[in-house]
Design a protein around this ligand. Structure first.
Ligand code: SAM
Length: 230
């Protein structure tokens, strides 16, 4: 679920060797362009991008990486809309384009919560098979609203992790903030703010989500961060 490959690029600049898997060809194409730019900018690590359905892991991964992966980073989609390209103008208002995922049935963005969780269980099961004994899976996920109801996606992912042969190693918070000098300032997305303001104007007392949960998982047969065998 590497999207346009941002995490792969950062990994390569840290000297890591990254494998990105993305279902939608248009994002995978941009990811390859970003990877080529990282190489031209002398990133020490390497990047491979596969256009594939990550539910088919571990079969789709190169066979030489099984049991060797130190870190799996992923972030599931929260519905069919993505940020896309936005133009905001005082007279014409907000215009969006390219803000929906494709119609491919394998894209988890097109599934309901049940399908998303079933697909994500398959992805985590496949990823666990690639993981080094001491490796970690890190998932960025946040609660989201569907038809007014708050869906606890991080909690649901922690529940399904055991079905994928994984244990919770830690749970952290990634604040959606910017750093101005020594001060943290809120940096939630344009649409999160827009939706919150619209709901509040209509009398619903919503708050914009200001963080993502970062869930850290490890293999059930691995060793815990303090080195005790499990
Ligand atoms: C929340 S986005 C992650 C975006 C990424 N972090 C970035 O910076 O571009 C989730 C991504 O998962 C992809 N995706 C959805 N279902 C997939 C599947 N079955 N296999 C692989 N990728 C999938 C979507 O196309 C989307 O790009």
């Amino acid at each position: 679920m590497c999207g346009i490959g941002t995490s792969c690029v950062e990994a390569a600049h840290l000297g890591r060797h990254a494998l990105g898997i993305e279902y939608e060809p248009r994002w995978a194409t941009i990811a390859r362009a970003n990877a080529a730019l990282a190489t031209r900018q002398n990133a020490d690590g390497t990047i491979r991008i596969l256009t594939a359905d990550a539910r088919r892991l571990p079969a789709i991964a190169p066979s030489d990486i099984a049991g060797k992966v130190a870190l799996v980073l992923t972030s599931p989609p929260y519905g069919k809309a993505t940020h896309g390209q936005v133009q905001a103008d005082r007279t014409r208002g907000v215009h969006k384009r390219d803000y929906h995922y494709g119609h491919g049935t394998g894209n988890l963005a097109r599934h309901d919560l049940h399908g998303l969780l079933a697909g994500f269980t398959d992805i985590l099961t496949g990823a666990a098979a690639l993981l080094h004994l001491d490796g970690l899976i890190a998932i960025a996920a946040r609660p989201y609203r569907q038809d007014g109801e708050l869906v606890d996606l991080p909690g649901a992912i922690l529940d399904l992790a055991t079905h994928a042969g994984l244990l919770r190693a830690d749970r952290a918070v990634a604040l959606l903030t910017g750093l101005r000098g020594t001060r943290l300032v809120p940096r939630t997305t344009f649409f999160a703010l827009h939706n919150t303001r619209t709901a509040r104007d209509a009398g619903t007392p919503l708050h914009a989500v200001a963080h993502e949960d970062v869930l850290l998982l490890r293999r059930q047969d691995g060793s815990d961060p303090d080195g005790r065998a499990t």
